[in-house]
Design a protein around this ligand. Structure first.
Ligand code: ADP
Length: 202
């Protein structure tokens, strides 16, 4: 089943906050409801579509515009998109929102919140230690700005919630906006073949 109206779930938050983890978990949950989505992950995009771009404001903006452009192309054709990129600048995120909404698709901004001391503790990519020691210039949240969303559709707090709780919040928002069919049960609880009306002996 595809959604009748396209949408982009846009994860924003600091490095290590849980954007990729939640994007993958959300895609799995939607897949169980036969909703196919495309994931545009910031780290991945930087190795292909945005290869060669750095972390200056200009390069970050270009990166986000590219992710926004692809999201827009997909969402306007009724696809579901999940974008997961730090996307530190509010104005750029709003620019992407405007372009997607102008095409009649939905933009669901999800603020992936996590305190910096927890991020430094997780240090998934080993970057916080270096950044806090002043070894990385332009590290978002430490030596480069991060502008938190003012009115996001969903806020998840990954230091307090489970992945399940956070993804459920997003699904609820998609349902609230009628972007998914609420009656659609997960695939695992449905029989693979409908046998109603088939004579047992047939
Ligand atoms: P980002 O994409 O924002 O840089 P990642 O998803 O790569 O972040 O890393 C987040 C890390 O935090 C992962 O190692 C993940 O397992 C861990 N984590 C712990 N609790 C949560 C949670 N509730 N939600 C998301 N990630 C979590």
């Amino acid at each position: 089943m595809t959604s009748h109206r396209g949408f982009t779930v846009w994860f924003t938050g600091l490095s290590g906050a849980g954007k990729t983890t939640l994007a993958t978990a959300l895609a799995t949950k939607l897949g169980q409801r036969r909703v196919k989505v495309e994931i545009l992950d910031g780290d991945e995009v930087r190795t292909n579509l945005s290869k060669g771009l750095g972390f200056s404001k200009e390069d970050r903006d270009t990166n986000i515009r590219r992710i926004g452009y692809v999201s827009c192309l997909l969402a306007r054709n009724g696809a579901g998109v999940i974008a997961a990129a730090i996307s530190p600048y509010r104005e750029l995120r709003n620019e992407v929102r405007r372009s997607i909404e102008a095409e009649g698709a939905a933009f669901i901004e999800v603020f992936v919140q996590c305190p910096i001391d927890m991020l430094a503790e997780r240090d998934v990519k080993g970057l916080y230690k270096k950044a806090l020691a002043g070894e990385i210039k332009e590290f978002t949240g430490v030596s480069d700005p991060y502008e938190a969303p003012i009115d996001p559709e969903v806020v998840v707090e990954t230091d307090r919630e489970t992945i399940e709780e956070s993804t459920n919040k997003i699904i609820q928002e998609l349902e609230r906006q009628r972007l998914l069919r609420t009656s659609q049960a997960p695939v695992s609880s449905q029989p693979a073949i409908q046998l109603t009306g088939v004579p047992e002996a047939a």
